[in-house]
Design a protein around this ligand. Structure first.
Ligand code: IFM
Length: 434
């Protein structure tokens, strides 16, 4: 089961501001005009939430630590109250018999660092490692498994290339240094965590099969570029110590010691995390903006996503294609061979409204079966985290898309949905580390 800090915690008055606070304060950035100031009020209600996780019967709970809650200015002064919260949360999980799996960065960069260039600045990578050391020193004695970054691809593309997520930069390909600094931050944080005694470290990257819109060379070329950006920009350097050729020239010209950085980035991982939601069909660019997954993509992009028809869709309009998960896992194994560590599905889920969420049950059931097919073909997958425990703040969509197995209403009352009860029954009959 998984969540992230900014999406559920609330209690903004008890932490420093993040780029998401600044982004959501600007009219027009979030569809329903909401913010995560209260979100699910998890900081105050974490005991109730841990009880929900425990009663579900899952073995592990993936949450994220809010960097500005621990270090309000991103570096230097530690907010004792913030660190105390994670200390209590970890204790509560351990007492409930649930393995705590913290993610150190799920997009909420401290605003103070953004003013110094944010992830466009190399110094942010170094500060991230220092922050990782502070967190590990406090909760490392009880945390068996760590995740450095969540979906750096989305943070780079949506936050810095397209401006549809915080910090709202529209740099298109000039956003690529963000990718390098996120990767460097990951590598430096791995070293910091190892120095603090951590033994089980991974990263959560989003992936999905890219299907060319047709066999025409222009469509294939566009799909290849999209595949590099989504599926290889982060995993190639992490797993092979090299950037994909297509991107090397664009990205690496200004990096002073590329070989040195890549050696840090490619530090061995204990496992590799895959967030999967949907495949994407991609073709050559078309004139005008394209609507895709709730985003408006500008016409300057050298590719354009196309609708995938013939499958059910979630409330977000995302096609439900469980076989694409099997395809993805087989492709990763084929692409990276022995360089691929054991895998963990670090996110998989869907947005549907309503308490009787039979469609979510079908989605989860279909994807777990797809995962089993990959296992039967010999892919080493060690775990599966459902996204998400609670209906929460879904970034630029606000509260409009509901990914939770537990409904949260305007009064913040939690009500387990049909999918929660279904999963609990599944886990009782065959326990695993979901
Ligand atoms: O809610 C997000 C999460 O924060 C990152 N992965 C995708 C989810 C659904 O959009």
């Amino acid at each position: 089961m998984s969540t992230s800090a900014h999406q559920i915690e609330g209690a903004v008055d008890q932490r420093g501001p993040s780029v998401w606070d600044a982004f959501t304060a600007l009219p027009g950035n979030v569809k329903d005009g909401t913010t995560a100031a209260v979100a699910c009020d998890h900081v105050r209600r974490y005991r109730e939430d841990v009880a929900l996780v425990r009663d579900l019967g899952v073995g592990a709970y993936r949450f994220s630590v809010s960097w500005p809650r621990v270090l309000p200015d991103g570096a230097g002064r530690v907010n004792a109250r913030g660190l105390d919260f994670y200390d209590r949360l970890v204790d509560e999980l351990c007492a409930a018999g649930v393995r705590p799996v913290p993610t150190l960065f799920h997009w909420d960069t401290p605003l103070a660092l953004e003013k110094d260039g944010g992830w466009l600045a190399r110094a942010t990578a170094e500060r991230f490692a220092a922050y990782a050391a502070v967190v590990a020193a406090r909760i490392g004695d009880r945390v068996p498994t760590w995740i450095t970054l969540n979906e750096p691809a989305e943070h780079t593309l949506l936050g810095h290339a397209l401006g549809q997520h915080a910090p709202g930069k529209r740099l298109l390909f000039d956003a690529l240094p963000v990718a390098h600094h996120l990767l460097l931050g990951h590598g430096l944080a791995v070293a910091a965590l190892r120095a603090a005694g951590a033994r089980d470290i991974g990263v959560a990257n989003s992936h999905g099969p890219t299907w060319p819109a047709s066999d025409a060379p222009q469509d294939r070329e566009a799909a290849d570029l999209y595949d590099v950006l989504l599926n290889r920009l982060f995993s190639d350097p992490l797993l092979t110590g090299r950037y994909p050729e297509l991107i090397t020239e664009l990205l690496c010209a200004d990096v002073p010691d590329l070989a040195g950085d890549l050696a840090v980035i490619a530090a061995p991982l204990d496992w590799y995390g895959v967030n999967f939601y949907q495949p994407t069909k991609v073709g050559a660019p078309r004139p005008g903006a394209t609507e895709f997954s709730g985003l408006t993509l500008p016409p300057e992009l050298p590719f354009s996503p196309r609708p995938i028809t013939g499958y059910p869709v979630t409330d977000f309009g995302w096609p439900v294609v469980p076989d694409a998960l099997t395809e993805l896992l087989l492709t990763l194994r084929e692409r990276y061979g022995d360089a691929l560590p054991p895998l963990i599905i670090t996110e998989n889920g869907c947005s549907y409204d309503g308490l009787d969420d039979q469609a979510r049950i079908a989605y989860l059931d279909g994807h777990v079966r797809a995962l089993h097919r990959a296992l039967e073909s010999g892919v080493d997958v060690r775990g599966y985290f459902v996204w998400s425990l609670l209906d929460n703040f879904e970034w630029a969509e606000g509260y409009g898309q509901r990914f939770g197995l537990v409904h949260v209403d305007a009064t913040l009352k939690r009500t387990p949905k049909a999918s929660y009860h279904w999963l609990r029954t599944q886990l009782t009959s065959s326990p695993s580390g979901v």
